[in-house]
Design a protein around this ligand. Sequence first.
Ligand code: GLU
Length: 290
Amino acid sequence: MMPPVFRFAPSPNGHLHLGHAYSALLNFDRARETGGRLLLRIEDIDATRCRPEFEAAIYEDLAWLGIDWETPVRRQSEHLADYRAALEKLSALGLVYPAFESRAEIARLVAACKADGPWPRDPDGAPLYPGEAKSLPASERSRLIVSGAPYALRLDMAVACQRVAGLTWNELGEGPDGERGMVAARPEAWGDVILARKETPTSYHLSVVVDDALQGVSEIVRGQDLFHATSVHRLLQALLDLPEPAYRHHALIRGADGRKLSKSDCSTGLRELRAAGVSPAGIRRSVGLG
Ligand code: GLU
């Protein structure tokens, strides 16, 4: 049997904190317990927020924690052609459309919808896309594209869900409401998600699914903040004919105020803790892995 494959996939848009340490150590420990492989993936598709010095700091902090990973590291910004190919496959299935509204226009449309009653929100709390771009006549679409108007490519969720209904995943960890075992995917809760933007020809959902498949990841260990995103990931895997990994979502490490940790809070940053004399064993203990 092939050894299981795990991955830790941080974005280099800030320094790692205790929450990242917990996730990385869980992946590392699972790989060791199971005789599996641990990969590290740098999720740097957002060129405006990702910086090489944060990437260098990720390597330094993980090595300090005693984690080792296989090289070469996959850096998403170097693989845009892979994501483009997946997008083309979805487009060829008639599941993708360009939407030309700016963020401000979308906010105005949502406000107008709300005037008529409550407007649905996605599991992260953002209002669902209210636009009508899906029904723009083809001639109008071409005119806008030729005119150079910026657009995002969105997934036609209703049609996608008709193609692949009844998706589930195997949850080896636990969702925020105690979900475990076979979980029913509810991608429709996300509405017509963005798959690519004009300036970034991919999105988190698309690239994570393509990479996990290309890298043969068999068990995805990550925070519960991404539990609901798994519904979109399962849908994209099914549409793109990609294998289904198992998922192990873990509880989030929270700050003293009970809130999710932030990359800008120095009190839980690994570099700050290291400078204050905390040892890697101390970090393990403070995330409950001692
Ligand atoms: N890059 C994502 C993050 O930094 C994690 C992606 C994943 O584990 O699926 O939160």
